[in-house]
Write a protein that binds this ligand. Structure first.
Ligand SMILES: C[C@@]1(CC(=O)O)C2=NC(=C\c3[nH]c(c(CCC(=O)O)c3CC(=O)O)Cc3[nH]c(c(CC(=O)O)c3CCC(=O)O)/C=C3\N/C(=C\2)[C@@H](CCC(=O)O)[C@]3(C)CC(=O)O)/[C@H]1CCC(=O)O
Ligand SMILES: NC(=O)c1ccc[n+]([C@@H]2O[C@H](COP(=O)([O-])OP(=O)(O)OC[C@H]3O[C@@H](n4cnc5c(N)ncnc54)[C@H](O)[C@@H]3O)[C@@H](O)[C@H]2O)c1
Length: 192
């Protein structure tokens, strides 16, 4: 069972390696909490994010909705599904710095200055390598493809100022986490 530590991320450097769906989901949340995020990746991902965007578009078109986002919100989808912002847009609007190349030696300094690191590339060997670099330097790392190499996990976040709730199931059931968070969001609306 993981301990829910509530960390002040304001102006702390976070390095995310990879720019796919997972990286975008994490970057969106971290930026919102004030972290100074740098992404290192040659291009945006073509994995889950591409499917997600295609699904958003077809669902919006089917409903004749004004925007894909509003269609999803109307369907009661979770915030990550509605609100995740792509890495390119976060970079273009100055909310993070995107170093557009594959992770290499010149990024070591960035890694060493980071408070947290997220290894979320589609290449397991690169993720393993980043996790190892972090473990050797005692920098907390989240490895998107292997929970055994993670020092911390991402919770589902429920928040209404000033309350923040993080939901986690020890990495055993993200579907359960999503359902619990959805229930808590509804409940929090009623009590605050
Ligand atoms: C809470 C949330 C936060 C977030 O990620 O932003 C979260 N996952 C969310 C969504 C989500 N995750 C996945 C999909 C399917 C589509 C997709 O691929 O994107 C979706 C989307 C959906 O379900 O709609 C697939 C998935 N997830 C993990 C694996 C690997 C594995 O299980 O090993 C796989 C692939 C294997 C599989 O498909 O089973 C692992 C993790 N997911 C975690 C958190 C961590 C601990 C969770 C726990 O405590 O159990 C951990 C360990 C990551 C970590 O932190 O290291 C967020 C809901 C936010 C919300 O609703 O507000
Ligand atoms: N934890 C979770 O919730 C979860 C869910 C699904 C998948 N995963 C894992 O997360 C990984 C990423 O998933 P995704 O859907 O975001 O992938 P994706 O394919 O959409 O994106 C991969 C990203 O990695 C980048 N990349 C590849 N090689 C790189 C390198 N050498 N240096 C820097 N960047 C590099 C690509 O440019 C791209 O931006 C998957 O491979 C899988 O292991 C985790």
């Amino acid at each position: 069972m993981n301990f829910p530590l509530f960390i002040d991320l304001k102006d702390k450097k976070v390095l995310i390696v990879g720019a796919g769906a997972i990286a975008a989901r994490r970057a969106t949340v971290l930026v919102e909490f004030g972290a100074k995020v740098t992404v290192v990746a040659p291009e945006e991902g073509r994995g889950a994010w591409t499917n997600h965007v295609a699904e958003l578009k077809s669902s919006a078109a089917a409903r004749g909705a004004v925007s894909a986002q509003s269609a999803k919100i109307a369907e009661g989808k979770s915030p990550w599904e509605c609100q995740t912002i792509q890495v390119r847009e976060l970079a273009q609007t100055g909310r993070l710095v995107w170093k557009q190349h594959a992770f290499c030696e010149q990024d070591l300094e960035e890694l060493e200055q980071s408070f947290l690191v997220i290894a979320a590339t589609s290449d397991p060997a690169v993720n393993d390598y980043i996790a190892r670099l972090c473990h050797e330097r005692h920098i907390p790392v989240n490895h998107a493809g292997d929970q055994g190499q993670c020092d911390f996990q991402f919770p589902a976040i429920v928040r209404k100022n000033p309350v923040v709730i993080g939901v986690n199931a020890g990495g055993k059931d993200h579907g359960l986490v999503k359902r619990v968070a959805a229930g808590l969001r509804e409940w929090l609306e009623g009590v605050l």
